[in-house]
Design a protein around this ligand. Sequence first.
Ligand SMILES: [Zn+2]
Length: 258
Amino acid sequence: MTLIDTHCHLNDTEAFPDPDLAASEARVAGVEQIIVIGVDLASSRLARDLADRLEGVYFTAGHHPNYAHEFQEADLEIYRELLAHPKAVGLGEIGLDTHWDFATKDEQWRCLRAQLDLAAEVGKPIVLHCREAYPALLDILEREPARDWVFHCFGGDRDDAARAIALGGWFGIDGPVTYKKADALRAQIPDLPRDRLILETDSPWMTPHPHRSERNRPALLPLINAAVAGVLDLTPEACAELTTANARRLFSGLGYSK
Ligand SMILES: [Zn+2]
């Protein structure tokens, strides 16, 4: 069984003092490829360094909305350079977040806007972070359709899902699918396009059941796969095959091996 963790933060040095170990434990658990996600310049560079060093590890570069107040136009040139790397499979995570107020709405918009333009320019898929802002973010995507994008850790309602489906969006499924109280999410997944579902841990957050008291890690992805398999009435093997093929279609850079 081959799985791909399409979203994790092995570049979080506090949570992962030994990212090499976390990556090798993931490999033992069947997680053959890992995408390490950038949230600002420093974390994007660290993600690139991990991808440079570790086989099966890829990365994205981008500026998260919660850090939008630190974003400067001049950063775009550095993100552009990072995205030219052969193991840079996408741009992100970028988006909108009205749950937290680290950055103002204006700062978030400016930061997002600039990076959507950059994504169009470099032609790589976009990893979207969206928290309590689905209608606003979908408004933007409807006005100015982007090529390929995924709602990472999708948590929207049925209206949001319908709008995203109409736009050709993809859906990242995480640990909450394993939670006892997540009936609404589990009920929604069968209505999402099967060929646009990908798995992610969002490590070190969103730890799947029954490990919720622990720090999340890519090696726990099989638990998420098993839960999604149950919801889709597939065997875990078939679900792994489906979601792995999907991830490789969205992130075509995963075909690069070194
Ligand atoms: Zn993330």
